[in-house]
Unconditional design. Sequence first.
Length: 497
Amino acid sequence: MPIKVNLASSDPLSIAVDVVVIGVPEGASTGEGVLARLVAALGESVTHQVKRDDFTGKRDQSIDFATHGALKPGRVLLLGLGSGKVTDVECRLLAAKGARFANGVRAESVAVVVPPGVERAERAAAEGLVLGAYRFTRYFTGDRLPKVELSRGTVVIEGKVGKVGKAARDAVALGQQVGEAICVARDLVNEPPNEVYPEALARVAVDVGKQHQLKVTVLDKAALTKRGMKLIMAVGQGSAREPRLVHMVYAPPGKPKGKLVFVGKGLTFDSGGLCIKPAPGMEEMKGDMGGAANVIALMAAVAAAKPNVEVHGVIGAAENMPDGAAYRPGDIFGSLDGRTVEIINTDAEGRLVLADCLAYARALKPDLIVDNATLTGACVVALGPTVSGFFSNREELAERLRSAAKAAGESMWQLPLIEELRDGLKSDWADIKHTADRWGGAITAALFLREFVGDVPWVHVDIAGPSMANKPYGIFSKGGTGHGVLTFLRLIEGFTG
Ligand code: BES
Ligand code: MN
Ligand code: ZN
């Protein structure tokens, strides 16, 4: 069961919880504020500990105190807020770090205090509590199972004890739903590839659709063949697990302000195919459906947030395997778009699946298309493992994505569509080939995708780095992160036509 989050207005040091989390602005001292109250209640040991750790509220500093019954909370965790402006991003982070700490000390309940006057703070704190409490324990047995579950979270509005408004309560409820939606993406990435294969991924999308009253259509092998989605079929043809295309739709109650399509790469396992990957690290390619997982999560979050925009989710799901039936370097395939593609490297499969998905998305005549994919190692080389690279065929749209990412607290950096590199995709034998040489690999992948969106405003987000984390950081847990969902949700909620 996920953590259940509620809202309270009270004095944080008077709540009966295992852990209470309080953000402290830079420049804190034991002479004032929460630290002074802790000294008064717990004695001079607090002063010693603060001095020893040199805790002054600098960003990322933390200090915790056990209260041994002297105060209602079992422990008090103070986290440095630094000297910058506190926004909802900091509230989400505070809550996530607090919940992660609470998990670490085997707490059952955690409360996080949101500073007064911060816009969207309650929702973000609820999101953070759910994201920080997240653990993937499905395949543990016996001793490996956690002994205690963090089952209760509270967002505390500091100040006079009083009635909390309906708006704030709704915000917390929505935050919980958004947090849980992101955990769906994390689960899908963390699940092993023998459990999550294309058909299983499609089934999850159908289930999520049922829970949230979304229309979901699944195209199986016969339907993909009939429509001429030859590139998805090519990538999947070496696997015993057949490919799928999933189309999810959220239609708002009123007249929509626009139509947006989100596309996700759903390689449930990427062995590289005949151009097989080296064994070390190959197991990480169970997460090559992170883009698709994000789309499913986003659709669930959108259904909860109910923006006045029509939102479509399109997922290309396939497994890339070497086999007697596998596609080969040198093969030439048609595509849904109509153009022919020469295959060079079977490990550059993601862009082929996306090409058919983008052609499908374009036929929906949307106002914009956003695709996201664990597409290239080159993007991770360029930006490191915590930042997504994004490309757009409209500068104005790139600007909107940049500010959505900033507002969501996710790291995304724009990369250029360098026209000179387009030459590298010229083929002697077909209309186009799908890879160029290794230099600028993230860019040539984006240039290939651009061929299939026509004139539609489009953003491509390469999430190869941050889709999975090798250790917990920020709001993210180890393994699948769901990085991207908050940015896309923000883009949708801010869409004005
Ligand atoms: N799924 C991989 C990209 C990837 C690498 C994601 C590392 C996450 C972490 C993709 O399908 C791939 O193999 N790309 C190749 C392309 C190359 C063959 C042109 C790459 O990046 O090496
Ligand atoms: Mn690959
Ligand atoms: Zn891949």
